[in-house]
Design a protein around this ligand. Structure first.
Ligand SMILES: [Zn+2]
Length: 321
């Protein structure tokens, strides 16, 4: 499944029935399966120590209804690997590996779906054939620093757009050639980093699309205090960007944030969480998934809710036609 263009995403969404489900939290699930994430590399550590656990969690999310799975590269940076004594070449191989693990999970899912459709057509637990995308995760500069600036967006006066571009450049190049369908820039904490991503995608002529996802603590601004509308405009101005969204943000703020982003453009994004999903879709979201502390159960509930929405929307479309 490729996704080379904005039209590619539109086709993908159509095949998904109008709304696509993104996976949920990775770190919590890895820990639940016994991984030890007490390390500055966080879930990236598992790419080295326990790739089978990452594959297991990706598969859990696919089985729970996800259409998009995000690689374990959020915290994986060449600079972070280097600090661990890992060479540039090995580091680049690990970045690629994080995406390959997600692709392997997709292959396993597809094989099982093909097999189960022959085994028993009426079985509820049957895996459905569905479109699946693999997104390569890119965390912010602050996520690499692991000093809290990931959640404040305050990098200090010495850090400029150029610093951030140089920091992200090689990782983005490697991930763009790893077999991923798109790049997911997640938990973007400020306008400057959005600008750096946008310039980098264009300068390096990155040939897969990207989405930018921002985090907010107040429902109006991203965590640094920059306006979410300005951040969304920067993303919108970059031709490789196919989605703009919100993650790592209290669910109660998301509807308003989607409406704000929608003004500049279109939006992405446990029972409590799921109760908001309908409103987010009504506000204009067509990609919905989970972030920290969400589980395959969250994603299962979202997937169920969105399928029922697809049915009623499908009927509405037929009626309109
Ligand atoms: Zn989060």
């Amino acid at each position: 499944m490729g996704l080379k263009t904005v039209e590619g995403l539109t086709d993908f969404l159509r095949q998904c029935g109008g709304y696509a489900v993104i996976d949920g939290g990775l770190a919590t699930e890895l820990e639940r399966h016994g991984a030890d994430l007490n390390d500055p590399l966080w879930s990236a550590k598992c790419v080295i120590s326990s790739p089978h656990l990452i594959r297991r969690v990706h598969l859990d999310y696919l089985e729970a209804g996800a259409n998009i799975i995000i690689s374990a590269s959020y915290q994986a940076t060449l600079q972070g690997f280097e600090a661990k004594g890992i060479s540039k070449e090995e580091g680049e191989a690990l970045l690629k590996r994080s995406v390959e693990i997600a692709c392997e999970a997709r292959n396993i899912y597809n094989d099982r779906a093909a097999k189960s459709s022959w085994d028993d057509l009426d079985n509820e637990s049957n895996l459905k054939h569905k479109p699946i995308l693999v997104a390569a995760s890119v965390g912010s500069y602050g996520a690499y620093l692991a000093d809290g600036s990931e959640y404040s967006g305050i990098y200090g006066d010495a850090i400029m757009v150029k610093t951030l571009k140089d920091f992200h450049r090689r990782r983005v190049q490697v991930l763009a050639n790893s077999g991923a369908d798109l790049i997911a820039f997640e938990t973007t904490p400020n306008k400057m980093e959005a600008q750096a991503y946008a310039e980098l995608l264009e300068e390096e002529v990155i040939n897969i699309p990207a989405w930018f996802s921002f985090s907010s603590k107040d429902g109006t601004n991203v965590v640094s205090g920059d306006s979410v509308v300005e951040c969304a405009s920067i993303a919108e101005s970059c031709k490789q960007v196919v989605g703009i969204g919100i993650n790592c943000t209290p669910p109660r703020y998301i509807q308003g944030l989607i409406q704000s982003i929608r003004k500049a453009t279109t939006g992405v994004a446990e029972e409590d969480f799921v109760s908001y999903v309908d409103k987010w879709c009504d506000a204009g979201a067509s990609l919905v998934g989970g972030c920290c502390r969400t589980t395959p159960n969250t994603i299962r509930a979202i997937s169920k809710l969105l399928s029922s929405k697809q049915v009623s929307q499908g009927l509405a479309n037929i009626y309109v036609d």
